[in-house]
Design a protein around this ligand. Structure first.
Ligand SMILES: Nc1ncnc2c1ncn2[C@@H]1O[C@H](COP(=O)(O)OP(=O)(O)O)[C@@H](O)[C@H]1O
Ligand SMILES: [Mg+2]
Length: 347
C-alpha cells in the first residue's frame, strides 16, 4: 500500500467550501502540499486564512452534509476524502492524531487523565485495562509529568495548563501515530511553558519518527519547529519552501508583511507584533485575482491590472526554481525584497 516514492502525506488541490445562509464560504480554495516522514511542516497565516479548516479536512472532521470537499488527501497511500466515516474513525487517534490549543476542551472533565489515555490505547489496540494503564503511565512519564504513577488518577482540572497540554500530547501519541496535527498547541501558554512544550514535541518526534503538521500564526514558533513552511492567505498557499528559504528569502509580499511585523527572528517571542495594514479577505466574496491584492503595496508594479483579474499560480519548483503565487517578476521580487531588507535594518 505505501509507496516509498510518493510523499507520506499528499494534499492535492484541496477545496473546502461551506454552505451558509449568507452564501458559500470558500475557506480553502486549491491547496496542495506534501509532507515527508519524520518532517515538520509549519502552516502559517493570519487568523481566518483556512489553517484549521485544512487540518480538519485531513482528520475528516468536517460535517460532510454541509461541507463541499474537493481534491485529494492521500495519507500513506490511502485517500482520505473518499474514506468512510468508519475508516476515518479507525485512523484517528491511531495513524493520525491531533493536539489543539484548548486542552480542556479535548479532555473530558469527568474521567481521569490516565483513563482517557488508556481508553484511546485500548480502542485501537485491544490491550487489557492493566496493560493500558501501564501504557498511560509510561506516556505521562515520556511527556514529563512528575510522579506519573500518582498523577495518572488525577482529573484534568487538577493539572496546570502546561500539564494538560502535556497530557493531551500523551493521549495523541499513545498509539504511536505516523502523523500528528498540532493546531496552535502553544498559543494559550506562557512563553516558558510554550518553549518546554516545543522541546517536548521535538524530542518525541525524534523518538517516534512522527510527521507533524504544525499550524500557527506565529513565525517565531515556525522558526523554532518547522522543517518546511507553507504560507496561507485567504484559503490559498502564497508560497512554500524550506524554513530557511521562506524565512530568509521570502518571495511573496504577504510573507514580507508577516516577517516585517516581527521584530526579528531572534527576538523574544512575547514582543508585540505590528500587524499588516488592512484586514483579511472575506471568504464569502473573496477578492478576484490575487486574494492579497487589495492589501498589497506592489499592485501598481504589475501592468494591466492583472493582480485584480488573474489568479497567480503557485510554482511547483523547489530550491532555485521556487516561485510564489504572485504576478511580480523574479527581478522585481528580488529588488523589492532587498529594498525592504535594507530599509528595515536601518531603523
Ligand atoms: N463550519 C464553518 N462554516 C462556515 N464557515 C467556516 C466554518 N469553519 C470555518 N469557517 C470559516 O473559514 C475561514 C477559515 O477558518 P479557519 O480555518 O478556522 O482559520 P484559521 O486560519 O484562523 O485557523 C474563516 O473565515 C471561518 O470563519
Ligand atoms: Mg485556527
Amino acid at each position: 500500500m505505501s509507496d516509498p516514492l510518493s510523499p507520506f502525506l499528499a494534499v492535492r488541490d484541496l477545496h473546502v467550501h461551506f454552505s451558509t445562509e449568507d452564501g458559500t464560504v470558500k475557506a480553502v480554495d486549491g491547496l496542495s502540499f506534501d509532507l515527508e516522514r519524520g518532517r515538520t511542516l509549519g502552516i502559517v497565516g493570519e487568523s481566518g486564512s483556512g489553517k484549521s479548516v485544512t487540518n480538519m479536512a485531513i482528520l475528516g472532521l468536517h460535517d460532510r452534509e454541509r461541507t463541499d470537499l474537493g481534491g485529494e488527501i492521500v495519507l500513506d497511500g490511502q485517500e482520505l476524502l473518499s474514506a468512510t466515516e468508519r475508516e476515518l474513525e479507525r485512523l484517528r487517534g491511531n495513524k493520525m492524531s491531533m493536539i489543539f490549543q484548548d486542552a480542556l476542551a479535548s479532555l473530558s472533565p469527568y474521567h481521569t487523565v490516565g483513563r482517557q489515555i488508556a481508553e484511546t490505547y485500548r480502542k485501537h489496540t485491544g490491550a487489557s485495562k492493566k496493560e493500558a494503564r501501564a501504557r498511560a503511565i509510561e506516556m505521562l512519564t515520556k511527556v514529563g509529568i512528575p510522579q506519573p504513577d500518582l498523577r495518572v488518577d488525577d482529573y484534568p482540572h487538577q493539572f496546570s495548563g502546561g500539564m494538560r497540554q502535556r497530557a493531551m500530547i500523551a493521549m495523541a501519541l499513545v498509539c504511536d501515530p505516523a502523523l500528528l496535527i498540532a493546531d496552535e498547541p502553544t498559543t494559550a501558554l506562557d512563553v516558558t511553558v510554550q518553549a518546554q512544550i516545543m522541546d517536548l514535541l521535538k524530542d518525541l518526534q525524534q523518538e517516534f519518527g512522527t510527521s507533524i503538521v504544525f499550524i500557527t500564526h506565529d513565525l517565531g514558533v515556525i522558526a523554532d519547529i518547522a522543517d518546511d513552511v507553507l504560507v496561507m492567505y485567504g484559503g490559498r498557499c502564497v508560497e512554500r519552501g524550506t524554513k530557511q528559504e521562506v524565512l530568509r528569502a521570502p518571495q511573496h509580499p504577504y510573507t514580507w508583511g508577516l516577517l516585517g511585523s516581527m521584530p526579528s527572528l531572534t527576538a523574544p517571542v512575547d514582543v508585540p507584533l505590528s500587524p499588516i495594514p488592512g484586514t483579511p479577505p472575506s471568504l464569502l466574496n473573496p477578492p478576484t485575482g490575487c486574494r492579497f491584492h487589495p492589501r498589497c503595496t506592489f499592485v501598481e508594479q504589475v501592468p494591466g491590472g492583472r493582480c485584480g483579474s488573474e489568479v497567480p499560480v503557485l510554482g511547483s519548483g523547489t530550491g532555485a526554481e521556487r516561485s510564489p503565487a504572485c504576478h511580480l517578476t523574479r527581478g522585481q521580487r528580488d529588488r523589492f525584497f532587498a529594498e525592504l531588507a535594507t530599509s528595515s535594518s536601518s531603523h
